[in-house]
Ligand binder design. Sequence first.
Ligand code: C5P
Length: 228
Amino acid sequence: PGETRLEGRTVLVTAGGTREPLDPVRYIGNRSSGRQGVALAEAARDRGASVTLVAAHLEVPVPTGVEVVRAETAAELLAVVTDLSPRHDLTIMAAAVSDYRPVAVSDAKIKKANTGERLTLELVQNPDILASISAEPRHGRLIVGFAAETAGDDAELLALGRAKVARKGCDFLVLNAVGWNAGFVSERNTVVVLDGAGDRVLEASGTKMSVADDILGVFAAALAASPS
Ligand code: C5P
């Protein structure tokens, strides 16, 4: 059997790491490169889909042939995804969203205090975008989450994944075992895909591009099987 094409389908992919400003020149960020999300956008484009990439901070160039919408913070990402997700057949939340943001953003650059004095930052939780869009009626659309876990072994990783898929309510969860390979900056990846019931439906390993196309095959088949 050949690959399942995505002609006539719309795909929304979030990628990269959000940045939460502290003041005009500083932010709280993370090490996400956006590579896996960008590879997914490219793989969806290559299967014929109409692709929108919601780009947080990326360490890689945006691909050609996809529409790009920028979102710097978790709040911006929430607004964009809440607006666009209902108009896309497949939403893939590959972005690394900051769990917290500073309570207040200073208008002026925060000054260094006297020598030896501590500075305390107060943070509040950001809304969970994946859980929020997964709580809305789907009408045959699909929502996919990602999870990077540091688990002791396979059984622990699967248990963490099953709990997360149930908590978030998404249709698929791509489990990324941090530590199975060279890590965040790596060109390669190893993932396990769980369905909404927490059952393992695919294991894929290789370059982020080949992993992207392998896991996209699962979502394309699921879309083809559901009435649109
Ligand atoms: O709970 P955890 O951060 O491990 O969940 C990861 C998944 O949830 C990813 O798909 C990520 O894009 C999404 N997420 C989100 N909103 C947050 C935190 C994570 O949509 N505030």
